[in-house]
Design a protein around this ligand. Structure first.
Ligand code: GAP
Length: 509
């Protein structure tokens, strides 16, 4: 059974060093989180699993790592400068600022109904209600006040301003000058880095349609109300594919990618039965989308929320960058290759005529992936002896620590040296982190490793090195063997050291 509420996940993340509040010693910075020793391993393993499945295991993909700060024109011509905004509203009494749709959604049902009625809308179509509030700001302000919409912070009925759009892109100045034109944007999606490199990748790899470009990287959104731990943050990480195909084949590829992505989530321990597919209604689509399927995962406490979007972006982005380059006169400035550089086209595989491809985009958040993977793995169980344990049943390839090697007595050099040699040998397998741990109490070590999802604990003891100990003779049959404890079954088996690497490898790969 997955985690029952967000609180138990947040508490585990902090307690065991997965995730910390950003800038915590100065009071924290809302919407920013730091990944600790175990969080960084889990995150890297998720990203590696994604890259393996989407780049290495396919023959129609290339990788990319584009820069985070982008030319202002890229985000202007992608449509983000004009449209990448959320509606916000202020309470003049409390001076608090809210995202309009979140504020209305948080109200009691009767208050929501009053707002809808005042706007002449139905609550059944929430996106249309929000749209009408945004398009009729004066009426919206009056409706929010008259309907008794409460401030989520103070709990009192607010004195609401007219809603207005708030652009979520972070601007930053570039270089020592601070004139009007010297700023760029921190990209709000990694996708634009792929679009602006489309021609570079095609020229460098001689790719023909269909093919895709994959990228993992940070994106930044100045969310009005970041919330729910790492679910909605201002600095996020995305795993995005832009898959370029012949116009007319886009709907088939859309279906293909939806299926592939669901299979990938399943392989990470997030089953299909816990994901609902939302065919996003037209009025709720992003400015670039022809059609989008949102994968809605059942997060603890939050309920079904988006973990990934699989969008058909049509030829919107490549088309609009092509048009914009021509408008900006860049054709003239890039000499003889100008035409091919300016036009983000590729030969049609059958006619050989230049075509602006259509794009299917599976776009998943790494932070939301980590939260879902942890939530599915989180298990609270009662053991045969009546005691309770928390165990993170992560798929082994995602586990932050693959094996913990524990000497039973930390002050016996005969034992610790064997344990250290085992750690070095297992580490050399290249399966991920192997931890040598001599904290003392073996029971506590097992509990800690259950909580962080370590699949195996290997213990070297007195018998391993042929020493009698704790009042008993050494058992010669156990010489050069260690105990391996399984996280999930709790079974302990004795394995010869000479066979340990193969034993572990066969269970972790
Ligand atoms: N390039 C398309 C794009 O960016 P999106 O639906 O805005 O589409 C894609 O974002 C994914 O990025 C989401 O499904 C989610 O997993 C993640 N994401 C978006 N905003 C986020 C935020 N503020 N905090 C955490 N993850 C976020």
């Amino acid at each position: 059974m997955p985690a029952q509420n967000m609180e138990e996940l947040v508490s585990l993340c902090k307690r065991r060093g997965f995730i910390f509040q950003g800038s915590e010693i100065y009071g924290g910075l809302q919407g920013f989180y730091d990944y600790g020793p175990l969080g960084v391993e889990l995150k890297n393993n998720i990203k590696a699993a994604w890259w393996r499945a989407n780049v290495y295991e396919r023959d129609d993909m290339e990788g990319l790592d584009a820069s985070i700060i982008m030319h202002r024109d890229v985000l202007r011509h992608s449509g983000h400068e004009a449209t990448f905004s959320d509606p916000m509203v202020d309470n003049k009494k409390s001076k608090k600022r809210y995202r309009l749709d979140h504020l209305v959604k948080e109200q009691k049902a009767d208050v929501q109904a009053k707002v809808a009625e005042a706007m002449g809308q139905s609550l059944d179509n929430f996106p249309a209600l929000v749209q009408s509030l945004v398009q009729n700001p004066a009426l919206a302000s009056a409706a929010l006040i008259a309907s008794g919409v409460r401030d989520s912070f103070s709990g009192e009925v607010g004195d609401w301003t007219e809603p207005k759009p708030f652009n979520m892109m972070f601007k930053t100045t570039i270089g020592p000058t601070a004139d009007e034109d010297s700023y760029g944007y921190l990209r709000p999606e990694t996708a634009q880095g792929i679009f602006v490199n489309f021609k570079n990748v095609v020229d460098a790899t001689s790719r023909r349609l269909p093919f895709g470009i994959a990228q993992i990287g940070k994106a930044f959104r100045n969310e009005i109300t970041p919330r729910n731990f790492i679910f909605r943050v201002r600095e996020l990480e995305q795993m995005e594919i832009e898959f370029f195909c012949v116009p007319g084949t886009d709907e088939d590829w859309h279906a293909h990618w939806l299926e592939k992505r669901l299979a990938w989530w399943e392989a990470q321990g997030v089953p299909r039965s816990r994901i609902e597919i939302l065919d996003v209604p037209p009025e709720d689509l992003a400015h670039y989308s022809k059609r989008t399927y949102d994968l809605m995962y059942d997060y603890p406490t939050l309920g079904f929320e988006e973990i990934e979007g699989v969008a058909n972006r049509s030829d919107y982005d490549l088309g609009s960058h092509t048009k914009s380059q021509a408008e900006l006169g860049l054709v003239a400035s890039v000499s003889e290759n100008s035409d091919s550089i300016a036009k983000l086209t590729i030969p049609h595989p059958e006619t050989n005529k230049p075509v602006v491809p259509f794009v299917i985009e599976p776009s998943a958040g790494v932070d939301r992936a980590l939260l879902a993977v942890m939530s599915e793995a989180f298990t609270r169980e009662t053991l045969a002896n009546g005691s309770e344990r928390i165990v993170l049943r992560l798929r082994p390839h995602l586990a932050p620590i693959k094996v913990a090697v524990i000497p039973l007595a930390r002050n016996r050099e005969e034992i610790t040296s064997v344990a250290k040699a085992i750690k070095a040998e297992l580490q050399a397998l290249g399966l991920g982190r192997v931890l040598y741990e001599d904290s003392g109490n073996i029971g506590k070590a097992y509990r800690r490793h259950d909580e962080v999802g370590t699949p195996f604990c290997v213990t070297a003891d007195f018998d391993t090195v042929g020493l009698g100990g704790e009042g008993k003779e050494s058992d010669p049959a156990l010489l050069n063997t260690v105990t391996v404890r399984d996280r999930d079954t709790l079974q302990q088996v004795r394995v010869p050291i000479s066979e340990l690497s193969a034993w572990i490898r066969s269970r972790l790969v």
